[in-house]
Ligand binder design. Structure first.
Ligand code: C5P
Length: 407
């Protein structure tokens, strides 16, 4: 598999070297294109040594007339000979030039000439990332089918903390391989209803109770199901994630809103996956005005939210119903108890007390507690990989359960 890594000029350019190596290790032949400013951060020799291939550094720079003639169609040749274009780090400037169709160096001409999938991993200062111009360029590129590996949050080179860190090279490589793999269409004909993210329960017009769920697990499930041919309806609590391509999204805030949306969408669904971290309690009759501070203790009495999973469990018919259980202890036993009490067919259990997996993280480590089968432990992997395995298991489970009902 031939891939191009286009390296933009940013501090994160050195991580593109790790990406090139990770792609090489996964069997890709990696061709590197560096912008002029990328070469200020990392020398082309680094990439040449890691990939064993000549690095393309510019369109007409420092060349004789003959060489210019020979290289004037090189971007077309590179476009034809590679199956995927990855741009990492993609600077704000590169996003703007791609979005506007500017083509004044090798990477931007290659982008225009390239007809295959394009994967972009942006990295920049948080202000630049959040600027409406950058976000508008990104939205335009996404609408044109460009895949984006969102940057992570954390300390940035500029000393600020926020969104803008280049995604981990391993994660970018994995997305790249997923784009290269021909999608199995084994969810064709399914309508999968997925809930994701936290809910927010209002205490007054400006305050709420919520939790640390990022929505990443549910969004990964939605993306994978859609890629495999399902119609996907994603009922999402408030999260900072873009809707995956080809997924119908319903935005909700509270558990009550989520319940209404789920019940509305249920009829069409053949499978329901409840990965949302629904708040368990809410304040009935939240005051319409902001609560005032006073110099004394205060207490609020909370009521339980509707248990959407249990409610769907009572009326699910022959839909496959999958729930989640985030626990800090007794994972397998708790997951089994939820399977029974909520009439689910599978509970995905994860320990949320471990560092580096579960809530907020890109990684997860889960057990699948299935109706009529032993628990299945899935080793630590990215949420995308876990999503694929959950969906594989869902199809297998349905076949097994149908076989039981028929016999
Ligand atoms: O009982 P517990 O909240 O731990 O169960 C978790 C599972 O139940 C998740 O699948 C979650 O989406 C679902 N749930 C729900 N409605 C609630 C609480 C949890 O659907 N009010």
């Amino acid at each position: 598999m031939n891939v191009v890594v286009g390296v933009g000029g940013g501090i994160a350019a050195y991580k593109a070297a790790e990406l090139a190596r990770a792609l090489g290790e996964r069997g890709c032949a990696v061709n590197t294109v560096m912008t002029r400013s990328a070469q200020e951060f990392v020398r082309p020799l680094t990439f040449a040594a890691l990939t064993g291939r000549k690095v393309i550094t510019d369109l007409f720079a420092d060349r004789s007339a003959d060489e210019v003639l020979a290289s004037s169609v090189e971007h077309i040749r590179v476009a034809r000979e590679n199956q995927l274009l990855i741009v990492a780090p993609a600077t704000a400037d590169l996003l703007a030039r791609f979005a506007n169709g500017l083509a004044d160096d090798f990477l931007t001409t290659l982008y225009l000439a390239f007809s295959g999938p394009v994967l972009i991993a942006p990295a920049m200062n948080a202000q630049m990332w959040n600027h409406p111009a950058t976000q508008a360029n990104l939205a335009l590129l996404k609408a044109r089918g460009v895949e984006v590996v969102e940057p992570g949050s954390g300390p940035l080179a500029c000393g600020e903390v926020g969104a803008g860190r280049l995604a981990e090279p391993g994660l970018i490589a994995e997305r790249a391989l997923a784009l290269l793999a021909p999608a199995r269409r084994d969810f064709e004909g399914e309508t999968v209803l997925i809930t994701a993210g936290p809910t927010q329960e209002a205490l007054d017009p400006v305050r709420f109770i919520s939790n640390r769920s990022s929505g990443k697990m549910g969004y990964a499930l939605a993306e994978d199901a859609a890629r495999r041919g399902a119609r996907v309806v994603l009922v999402s609590g408030p999260v900072n994630l873009a809707a995956p391509a080809g997924v119908e999204i319903v935005h909700v805030r509270s558990a009550a809103d989520m319940r209404n949306a789920v019940l509305e969408q249920l009829t069409a669904a053949t499978m329901v996956i409840k990965s949302a971290a629904v708040a368990d309690y809410y304040l009935e009759n939240a005051p319409p005005q902001k609560m005032k501070k006073a110099a004394m203790r205060m207490s609020i009495e909370l009521s339980p939210t509707p248990d959407i999973l249990a409610e769907v469990g009572r009326i699910k018919g022959d839909r496959l119903l999958i729930g989640f259980a985030a626990e800090t202890q007794n994972l397998a036993a708790e997951a089994r108890r939820k399977l029974e009490t909520k009439n689910a067919d599978m509970i995905v259990g994860n320990l949320v007390s471990q560092e580096g997996v579960g809530l907020e993280s890109d990684m997860n480590e889960v057990i699948l507690v299935r109706r009529g089968a032993d628990p299945l432990a899935l080793p630590k992997a990215t949420k995308r990989q876990i999503a694929t395995q959950i969906l594989d298991e869902a199809l297998r489970l349905r076949l097994a359960l149908h076989a039981v009902t028929r016999s």
